[in-house]
Ligand binder design. Structure first.
Ligand SMILES: *Cc1c(COP(=O)(O)O)cnc(C)c1O
Length: 421
């Protein structure tokens, strides 16, 4: 693929350091803006290509499954590694009703990128930056009296009431008000008329589990507890208009839809379900590099750190300029695969920090600068059986992790190129 055919994300590509100075008087807190590798600066041929049309397509698929529920894509962790600002702008134009992020820093990044849709900050850690929350018009998730105190103070300073969503712990034991504390929390809330609890949420622990499994019983229990929490809170005078529970897996199953849904990984075209329901999703990211070195080693010679691979025959070894610091997991050493000229080539030896080696002995016509597909399918390649592709799920299986980690591991050192379609 020709780089000139790609639309780089201009806002993210400023080669100037440090990031722009904050002049808005509302910006009382400095929020770190991690620097993303800029396409314009890219020298080495390793990059992630994000297909914006695929994101819009996936939003439509999810909206269909969500029925009447609003769709709030989850763009934490830099939009699951796809570059949150560009993803948010694309989805906002495509009609997303709002966004969810984990960190206040992530919400600020989206506001700085011009995103005006509602943004829910779910992480629960605000470090005292409540003026920033109010000033930026983002909605925090609350479940602790310290949240209420900080938010109420910022609300009085701003001179207007503020919205917050209340989180209930129905089984994650991570964040949220415990079931036994619902009434006492409602009583605390009554002390803070500045705060409007406009949403009620919980998070599912086992939404991916197959129907009929223990995990699916657990989901049913969580949903029942959430319903119970709603009823008890309403009795205590807390009646949020918007209730939301579903992550990608739940939406794709049509479960726990309530008033809004919070799909993350499905937006990026990866189905969290082992089977069924989501064949229509399109993976939005592909990661590619190139062969930067090619050599033949003799039988008995080794490759890479710790001589983890030893050739059993004369072997063509190609070097890619992508390593574990770019998100190619070290767990793929001697196990993973990439695609070169439509052929799968095994990763041999230990993946190193900036490079890795592959065995291309069986790739006909292989040459220096050949494209290497690390995630996704090879562009411009047609085969009778359809294009081979390396899915995030497959890579996760080889690396002993989950697709979420594969996507979010593609590091900031890898420039993102955006394209349509
Ligand atoms: C990450 C997250 C989601 C999205 O999960 P996916 O499985 O990626 O769809 C939804 N809600 C909360 C609270 C989350 O942390």
């Amino acid at each position: 693929m020709d780089a000139s055919a790609l639309d780089d994300d201009k806002d993210e590509s400023s080669p100037v350091l440090p990031s722009r100075r904050r002049t808005d008087p509302n910006d009382s807190v400095r929020v770190l803006k991690p620097r993303r590798a800029a396409p314009a600066d890219a020298v080495r041929p390793t990059r992630a290509e994000v297909n914006l049309a695929a994101l819009r397509h996936n939003l439509r698929v999810i909206a269909r499954h969500a029925g009447r529920a609003k769709v709030w894509p989850v763009l934490k962790a830099d939009g699951y590694g796809h570059g949150a600002p560009a993803v948010a702008r694309t989805l906002e134009r495509a009609g997303a009703d709002g966004f969810c992020v984990a960190l206040l820093e992530e919400a600020v990044e989206l506001r700085d990128a011009g995103v005006r849709a509602p943004i829910l900050v779910m992480g629960g850690y605000y470090g005292g930056a409540y003026e920033e929350i109010v000033g930026r018009g983002v909605v925090p998730v609350v479940y602790d009296v310290s949240h209420l105190e900080g938010l109420a103070r910022a609300s009085r300073q701003a001179g207007h009431p503020v919205d917050a969503h209340l989180k209930i712990d129905t089984g994650m034991a991570r964040l949220g008000v415990r079931m036994r504390d619902l009434e006492s929390f409602a009583a605390e809330l009554a002390r803070f008329p500045e705060i409007r609890i406009s949403g009620l949420m919980t998070h599912l622990a086992c939404a991916e589990a197959a129907a009929g499994s223990e995990g699916s019983d657990f989901t049913a229990e969580q949903v029942a507890l959430f319903e119970e929490a709603s009823t008890r809170l309403a009795r205590a005078g807390v009646s949020p208009q918007v209730r939301h529970v579903a992550n990608s897996a739940a939406v794709l199953r049509g479960e726990a839809l309530f008033d809004a849904v919070r799909p993350g990984i499905a937006i990026f075209g990866v189905s969290p379900l082992a089977s069924g329901g989501a064949h229509e999703l399109r993976p939005a990211m592909r990661v590619r590099s190139e062969i930067v070195d090619l050599r033949t080693i003799e039988a008995g010679e080794s490759v890479g750190y710790d001589a983890l691979f030893r050739a059993a025959r004369p072997t063509r070894i190609a070097t890619l300029s992508m390593g574990y610091a770019d998100g190619l997991s070290r767990h793929l050493s001697n196990r993973g695969q990439v695609i070169v000229r439509g052929v799968r080539a095994p990763i041999v030896g230990a993946v190193s920090m900036d490079m890795s080696m592959i065995d291309v002995t069986d790739v006909p016509g292989v040459g220096l600068h050949d494209e290497v597909t690390v995630l996704g399918s090879q562009e411009g390649l047609s085969s009778r059986d359809g294009r081979d592709a390396l899915s995030a799920e497959e890579i996760a299986g080889q690396a002993g992790t989950i697709a979420w980690e594969v996507l979010t591991s593609i590091s900031r050192r890898v420039p993102r190129f955006y394209r349509e379609p």
